[in-house]
Design a protein around this ligand. Structure first.
Ligand code: HEC
Length: 166
């Protein structure tokens, strides 16, 4: 699928996605992360399809605290301010062209040494229907981020073609 096609699919889904992510209680996940992210800036220029996160297309939103640092996409010396929140929407498109929303993935940068095992990131996930999803964030999230992107502070970044500024 071309970038323009992927963008068109997103444009068609995005209203309902946001509404559904915000349905019901978010449990332990700060509900303002889910409420506010559409007021932040996107770090990608079109839906990214990197093949991780279950072959999904991804839209990466970053709050004002972390946007400038994140969107440098540094591969070393990464310094992300405490309080940075990154919210990633996902959707997939089946062979027959049917599109559907996937989970909302969230990372929050916390104080140094608060969570050494995850490079001081808190990981959270919200289902497409708005429910907080309980996962073992070490094995389900952090291990992959650490093993693959530990050298860049645990950040995977959108694929280069769709990074802002490229
Ligand atoms: C199999 C590896 C893998 C697993 C498991 C994984 N991720 Fe990721 N994640 C990636 C890759 C690769 C990227 C960058 C791709 C992109 O965003 O286009 C990424 C990007 C992200 C981003 C955007 C910030 C960044 O790193 O640039 C968030 C937020 C995120 N993941 C959250 C999660 C959460 C929450 C979980 C667990 C529920 C999770 N991830 C599990 C590989 C993984």
């Amino acid at each position: 699928m071309s970038e323009a096609d992927a963008q068109a699919v997103y444009d068609c889904l995005k209203g309902a996605m946001y509404e559904n992510y915000n349905k019901g209680s978010k449990g332990w996940i700060p509900s303002e992360f889910v409420k506010d992210y559409r007021d932040w800036k996107l770090a990608n220029t079109a839906p990214a399809a990197p093949g991780f996160h279950g072959e999904r297309y991804l839209m990466t939103w970053v709050n004002p605290t972390g946007y400038d640092a994140y969107s440098e996409f540094r591969d070393e010396d990464v310094k992300i301010p405490v309080g940075t929140i990154i919210v990633k929407e996902s959707f997939d498109v089946a062979e027959d062209g049917t599109a559907k929303a996937g989970p909302l993935f969230i990372m929050q940068k916390v104080e140094k040494d608060r969570s050494v095992e995850t490079i001081d990131w808190f990981y959270m996930m919200v289902s497409p229907a708005g429910a907080p999803v309980a996962v073992d964030v070490i094995s389900a999230c952090s291990d992959c981020h650490k093993d693959n992107f530990g050298h860049q502070g645990g950040l995977g970044y959108p694929v280069p073609d769709v990074r802002v500024g490229n």
